[in-house]
Design a protein around this ligand. Structure first.
Ligand SMILES: Nc1ncnc2c1ncn2[C@@H]1O[C@H](COP(=O)(O)OP(=O)(O)O)[C@@H](O)[C@H]1O
Ligand SMILES: O=C(O)C1=C[C@@H](OP(=O)(O)O)[C@@H](O)[C@H](O)C1
Ligand SMILES: [Mg+2]
Length: 195
């Protein structure tokens, strides 16, 4: 991977790309924001940022511990702060938590300083990816599938406000998702320029 160079005009990445704005991945729990974001950043040779991981390392607690001890409103406050800071600090790939795009102030920050990409997947695909993991406090309910379905129905119209979309189905590998995000970004040379 070639050396990463930060400057005012963009982050010079490997493979002949220059990233002019942070690419912000949004969408439901299980959409692949963290996994695809990490792979996309590696492919481009740019920094990978994950708001949940930043919150966890700053608090030295896991997301479930933060929800349990301090509550969701406290977590949402931290999430906004962290997203604002990461958007200011460096250009890269920013994976958000599934609830981040719901707050209008977060959507405003993201649209002013980055470009949003909705990783869209059907409810059943999401469920298959999250059902075995206990790391998502919002799904610690008596009927986590119904909870996920309710969140899905409430949130889809908001994710649909993202600038770009990349679709994943049960068959789409993480590498294929990286290609789909790159295809979506090909329409935006103001964000990702290929030299
Ligand atoms: N396109 C995909 N193909 C296969 N597995 C995937 C894909 N996207 C995500 N996963 C897996 O699903 C799980 C949830 O993905 P994750 O990146 O944590 O989602 P999010 O950050 O959007 O909640 C992880 O185990 C991840 O490896
Ligand atoms: O959808 C949500 O509200 C949440 C999604 C999680 O992130 P992922 O979408 O990366 O799982 C994490 O931020 C927290 O558990 C809340
Ligand atoms: Mg994640």
């Amino acid at each position: 991977m070639s050396e990463i160079k930060h400057n005012t005009s963009g982050t010079e990445a490997g493979a002949g790309f220059v990233l002019h704005k942070t690419v912000v991945l949004v969408g439901m729990m299980g959409a692949g924001k963290t996994a695809v974001g990490r792979a996309l950043a590696a492919r481009l040779g740019v920094p990978f940022l994950d708001s949940d991981a930043e919150i966890e390392s700053a608090a030295n607690m896991t997301i479930p511990e933060i929800f349990e001890r301090d509550g969701e409103p406290f977590f949402r406050g931290k999430e906004s702060q962290v997203i604002g800071r990461l958007l200011d600090e460096e250009k890269g790939i920013l994976s958000t938590g599934g609830g981040a795009f719901l707050a209008e102030r977060n959507r405003t920050m993201i649209s002013e300083r980055g470009v949003s990409v909705w990783l869209r997947a059907d409810l059943e695909v999401l469920w298959n990816r999250v059902k075995h993991k206990d790391t998502r406090p919002l799904l610690r309910t008596v009927d986590p599938y119904a909870t996920l379905r309710n969140l899905y129905e409430q949130r889809v119209p908001i994710y649909a406000q993202a600038d770009l979309i990349a679709e994943s189905d049960g068959e789409t590998s993480i590498d294929n998702m990286v290609n789909r995000v790159l295809d979506a970004l090909a329409t935006r040379p103001d964000v990702l320029e290929q030299k």
